[in-house]
Ligand binder design. Structure first.
Ligand SMILES: O=C(O)C1=C[C@@H](OP(=O)(O)O)[C@@H](O)[C@H](O)C1
Ligand SMILES: C=C(OP(=O)(O)O)C(=O)O
Length: 450
């Protein structure tokens, strides 16, 4: 362990049964979009339950640079006084999005639809991620890349279109970020902007645009796809947004409760938008004891309280078409799968290779190191659970990836020996309260080497 930087090493150790009732922080996707739609409306948008993670804070700073007044008035309570579609100004300095794919890509769409210029930058992880998938449609709409690193990567400077063209765009990748960037650019284009997706991805942009007064229609297209139409140049009116708890963050205490024997944990107000529930479906197929109680609506989304009890799990086959509904949850599913009896095959995970890290490789390496049999076949990850407690004991390299850090810290709560991650600071990008929340349930997580 001596090769790891001491500052943010963390480790988790085998814990007694977890118990309690907690609420995961606000949804990251909705938090980014709340600020951006606030910027694009005229008047005051009031946000409650905003995720105050590093990724979202970078979006808040970018909104200020582009002309909005953005104020924090209490814990998770924010006010945005926007400038309206068409009213943005060029930022005086580079927009630094840190680790955030969503913030940077959605904001590229916003800038592309305005006659302004902005430089986008980020950390080493974000600088390595592909941006061509976003730049291709935005160039078709009239935006220009003034400069970029190799392959269209960050840092890059984008000049927005003087008169953005409404386009019909069929995305070659299943990505809510691509869809949202095109729709945000289309807001300032005359006429109808259309996005066709072969596989439906999270629809928060569509739902929230409607809540802010834009005309958006959605049709089914093929067995899994959708066609989305947006009428450009609306006057967006501010909305009051109550951000529901993030299912992608709730996934960590959820899986911890399943694998630590004797646990019973309640997770309050978890969003159950059907395009985000792939992990719940999969865990239930594995035999997990998860009750969905008190189903209700919050902030235009269905939410419920989950009651989770530890128990045995069985390996399953996860079909590729489910990937968009659980794309960020595969690392923690792989941890659940290592405690299950039998093989879990997760199919069609090519998109995992271009997240904050190559998650397919990072998960595979972490599992092997900690004594779990796993293999990669093409785009599939196969985890061979033997129904027993994994050995643990090996340090995990997180590659600036918050979900790798949290997943392996969960693994250590039920492994024979502690599991350490080399960088827990990265967790603050999406779940700054992860360690205290997990400790409040009884999880043994500590900083430094064990
Ligand atoms: O639109 C969003 O809020 C997100 C979309 C997904 O990315 P892709 O669009 O690259 O699949 C997801 O991985 C990310 O955490 C959040
Ligand atoms: C992929 C993720 O986020 P982003 O693309 O916004 O960096 C994530 O949070 O798992």
């Amino acid at each position: 362990m001596s090769s790891l930087s001491a500052a943010s090493i963390a480790h988790s150790s085998r814990s007694a049964s977890l118990a309690g009732r907690v609420r995961a922080p606000g949804d990251k996707s909705i938090s980014h979009r709340s600020l951006i739609l606030g910027l694009l409306s005229v008047g005051e948008t009031r946000i409650d339950g905003l995720l105050e993670g590093e990724d979202v804070l970078a979006t808040a700073r970018a909104c200020r640079e582009l002309g909005a007044e953005v104020d924090r008035v209490g814990e998770g309570e924010w006010r945005v006084r926007g400038v309206g579609v068409g009213g943005l100004k060029s930022p005086g300095k580079a927009l630094d999005f840190g680790n955030a794919g969503t913030g940077s890509r959605l904001m590229m769409g916003v800038v592309a639809g305005h006659p302004i210029e902005a430089t986008f930058d980020g950390d080493a992880s974000l600088r390595s991620r592909p941006m061509r998938r976003i730049l291709d449609p935005l160039e078709q709409m009239g935006a220009t890349v003034v400069f970029s690193a190799e392959g269209g990567r960050l840092p890059l400077r984008l000049k927005g279109a003087d008169r953005p063209l409404p386009i019909v765009y069929e995305s070659p990748v299943p990505s809510a970020q691509v869809k949202s960037a095109v729709l945000f650019a289309g807001l300032n284009a005359p006429g109808e902007t259309t996005v066709i997706e072969r596989e439906a991805t999270r629809d928060h942009t569509e739902r929230m645009l409607r809540a802010f007064g834009a005309q958006v229609t959605v049709e089914r297209r093929g067995p899994h796809g959708r066609l989305i139409r947006l009428v450009g140049q609306p006057e967006l009116t501010p909305a009051a947004i109550s951000v529901p708890a993030d299912p992608s963050s709730a996934a960590f205490p959820l899986v911890a409760a399943l694998i630590v024997p004797g646990s019973e944990v309640a997770l309050d107000g978890v969003m159950t938008n059907p395009l985000r529930t792939g992990l719940l479906t999969t865990l239930q197929e594995m035999g997990a004891d998860i009750a969905l109680t008190n189903v209700r609506e919050e902030g235009g989304e269905e939410v419920c309280d989950l009651v989770v009890r530890a128990g045995s799990l069985t390996g399953v086959d996860v079909p590729p078409e489910r990937a968009p509904t659980m794309i960020d949850e595969y690392p923690i599913l792989a941890i659940a799968a290592s405690f299950a009896v039998g093989e879990t095959r997760m199919r069609g995970l090519h998109e995992l290779r271009v997240k904050e890290s190559d998650r397919l490789a990072a998960v595979h390496a972490g599992l092997l190191g900690n004594g779990v049999e796993a293999r990669i076949e093409g785009d599939d990850l196969i985890v061979v659970g033997c129904g027993a407690v994994p050995g643990g004991g090996a340090p995990v390299t997180t590659h600036l990836d918050h979900r790798i850090a949290m997943s392996f810290l969960v693994m250590g709560l039920a492994s024979e020996r502690p599991v350490a991650v080399d960088d827990s600071a990265t967790i603050a990008t999406s779940f700054p309260s992860f360690v205290p929340l997990m400790r409040s349930l009884g999880a043994l997580i500590d900083f430094g080497e064990e």
